[in-house]
Write a protein that binds this ligand. Structure first.
Ligand SMILES: [Mg+2]
Length: 223
């Protein structure tokens, strides 16, 4: 009975700077720079975008469109395989110790563990498989008849209010009430989703989120 009830509780986790101690897109850009598929100048632009994103100062759809356009014509399964290798080699060990403990605690309580990230579905799928999560919600990329990326992303973007929209749909399809759910995040851009769940958890927050957390009485964790 108790287990049945708990399985209808989900713990949602942001990826970048929440489960991970850094931003996965920076690690991906380093990987691409090493492989020669982007220039040093393009790498610099990624770092600038990441900084703006972190400060909630970026038009995310524009930045996303520019980033995704870079992959137009690439085979979906090739990017999938490349991302899987990269995740195992460059990313998995960036899991924060506090995040590892939280995943374990929720797992022991029978909660569903769901990654909720603005990262790519390639990275999210690798994270799900690596850390044995139950599911993921992330950004995915439409393909043509040959399974090549057409250079756009699926809407709504899994970011800000889009995360809430995606989580609500996921929850309603499974008889899960967001009021019973947890969400862990470091970023002010995730404030809508933190407000949508019954158990918001703020992790090593950016300054703006730290203020919102103190005002809202949201627990602040330092991982
Ligand atoms: Mg984050």
């Amino acid at each position: 009975m108790l287990r049945d009830l708990d399985s209808r509780t989900a713990a949602f986790f942001d990826l970048d700077r929440t489960l991970l101690d850094m931003n996965s897109s920076t690690l991906w850009a380093k990987h691409e720079l090493r492989g020669g598929s982007i220039s040093l100048r393009q790498f610099g632009r990624v770092l600038v975008w990441n900084a703006l994103y972190h400060l909630s100062l970026i038009d995310i759809e524009t930045a996303f469109q520019e980033a995704v356009g870079h992959y137009r014509g690439r085979f979906y399964q090739d990017l999938e395989a490349e991302t899987r290798d990269w995740f195992a080699r460059d990313v998995a060990h960036h899991l924060r110790p506090g995040a590892d403990r939280a995943l374990q605690e929720h797992r022991e309580r029978g909660h569903q563990l769901v990654l909720l990230t603005s990262a790519s579905a390639f990275a999210a799928r690798a994270a799900r498989d690596t850390w044995k999560l139950d599911d993921f919600l992330s950004n995915d990329f439409p393909t043509d008849d040959e399974d090549k990326l057409i250079g756009t992303f699926a809407r709504p973007l899994c970011y800000g209010p889009g995360k809430v929209e995606r989580a609500r749909l996921w929850a309603s399809e499974r008889g899960v009430e967001l009021g019973n759910c947890y969400f862990y995040s470091d970023s002010y851009t995730d404030a809508p989703m933190l407000r949508a769940v019954g158990h918001p958890r703020v992790v090593s927050p950016d300054p703006r989120l730290g203020r919102a957390a103190r005002q809202g009485g949201w627990p602040i964790l330092q991982w």
